[in-house]
Design a protein around this ligand. Structure first.
Ligand code: TYD
Length: 142
């Protein structure tokens, strides 16, 4: 048996970039490199200095975040374990399942963050209060 919560831990996915004399191309297909059907894509860019974003979890949403230019850091938290990930390559994506608290920090001025999601935007899917997030995840494992 995996340790409790292991199945929901965020993880980095390495993509395979195809190179030739022109440069590089990184293919991303649903249920291949991306472990779900992609319903929505959004792009975070032009982030101003000293700005952090996120500070929420999603009740029912899978996402892969890819920093296609520049870099930023993600802090993830499943209610028990906090992890920090540096995203700085179009050849890597951070996969997060539901009920992962995430914060994005240290955006470089040129950071372009592409996020793929398996559901359309739904404001009611957000948990924006950290104490409520902790209650929900502790309730789920109790
Ligand atoms: P928000 O969720 O606050 O961004 P962050 O990830 O930094 O917490 O989203 C900012 C605004 O963009 C807010 O008005 C909602 C809107 N939005 C959409 O319309 N569609 C989307 O897919 C997302 C992620 C946000």
């Amino acid at each position: 048996m995996p340790p409790s919560g292991a199945a929901t831990q965020p993880r980095l996915i390495d993509f395979h970039a195809i190179g030739d004399h022109r440069g590089w191309l990184t293919p991303l297909e649903e249920h291949k490199e991306i472990p779900f059907s992609v319903k929505r894509v959004y792009v975070i860019h032009g982030t101003l200095p000293d700005i952090s974003r996120g500070f929420h979890a999603h009740r029912d949403l899978e996402q892969v975040a890819i920093c296609v230019a520049g870099q930023c850091t993600f802090v993830t938290d499943d209610g028990q374990q906090r992890q920090e990930f540096l995203l700085n390559s179009p050849n890597q994506g951070l996969y997060m399942k539901s009920m992962i608290w995430r914060e994005m920090h240290h955006f470089s001025p040129d950071c372009v963050l592409v996020v793929l999601a398996n559901r359309l935007y739904d404001p009611s899917d957000y948990v924006r209060d950290y104490a409520e997030f902790q209650r929900l995840v502790q309730g789920a494992t109790a």
